[in-house]
Ligand binder design. Structure first.
Ligand SMILES: [Zn+2]
Length: 268
């Protein structure tokens, strides 16, 4: 392995960073060797070379979940890493974590139980016994901002940070188009009907392996009706009366909200 590039080592879902007088940063190869000094060969269970990002290759390492950061190092969750590194390096770290998680969870064939191996050509694990291929797992989900004139419908789940209201989101189910999921999730979570569903953009979301596909939609009919389980509150908000907190700036939910606020600013 070359000494250059980004070295992303994960214990569980946390990434190892150097913590010195200059702040926190992604370790170099020699930093990593120092951190793993006890027995690097045993600690580094997998190398996952990624496509070049930031002009340098990325390398992902799978550390034991029990690994503890030595002095001058720390283990950070991806969300904390977001505040620390440029967007493209954060994105590479998300990709690296997904690949490490995939290797961890596809060590045995789900069809026959035999130990799997890395496929020599494809990004897949292959079963040498029955030939079954196991590709990286990706769970598509829709995320949608519902608008009605100068109002947007935002909801909060009991799992959210207190005060945060966000857009409606949910996983795509087998047999559904993305548009089907948009209509179903909105109906299930807030009980309204929408039209004019438009693609907004998408975002890889490595928590743990989603692809968020963003849409906007216009309210057509219905009063807000919530189930008080997945959603504990949902309301129409105007730019003048926003919820106590908006979704994290790292999320496509926030991009949807910010885009709406820019668009309605001209409607005053
Ligand atoms: Zn098999």
């Amino acid at each position: 392995m070359s000494a250059s590039g980004w070295h992303l080592a994960f214990a569980g879902s946390r990434v190892l960073v150097v913590e010195d007088g200059a702040g926190r940063r992604i370790p170099s190869e020699s930093d990593l060797a120092t951190a793993l000094a006890t027995d690097p060969g045993a600690l580094v269970a997998a190398h996952v070379p990624l496509p070049p990002a930031l002009g340098q290759p990325c390398h992902a390492y799978d550390l034991p979940a029990s690994f503890e950061a030595p002095p001058r190092y720390a283990l950070l969750g991806l969300r904390a890493l977001h505040a620390l590194v440029p967007e493209d390096l954060f994105r590479a770290a998300g990709t690296a974590l997904q690949k490490v998680q995939w290797l961890r969870t596809h060590r045995f064939c789900s069809r026959c139980g035999h130990a799997t191996e890395r496929h020599p050509l494809h990004e897949a694990m292959v079963c040498p016994s029955c030939g079954h291929l196991h590709f990286p797992r990706l769970a598509p989900a829709v995320i949608v901002l519902i608008e009605r004139g100068r109002e947007m419908l935002l909801a909060r789940s009991p799992r959210f940070t207190p005060g945060v209201y966000s857009t409606i989101a949910g996983f795509v189910e087998p047999g559904e188009s993305l548009e089907d999921t948009v209509h179903r999730e909105i109906w299930e979570e807030v009980g309204v009907e929408v039209g004019d569903v438009r693609y907004f953009g998408s975002q890889p979301w490595p928590f743990p392996h989603s692809l968020m596909v963003g849409f906007t939609a216009r309210w057509k009919s219905g009063q807000i009706r919530i189930d008080h389980k997945e959603i504990e509150d949902a309301r129409w908000f105007t730019p003048e009366a926003l919820p106590p907190a908006l979704p994290s700036p790292m999320s496509i939910a926030r991009r949807l909200v910010d885009d709406f606020l820019v668009r309605v600013a001209v409607l005053r």
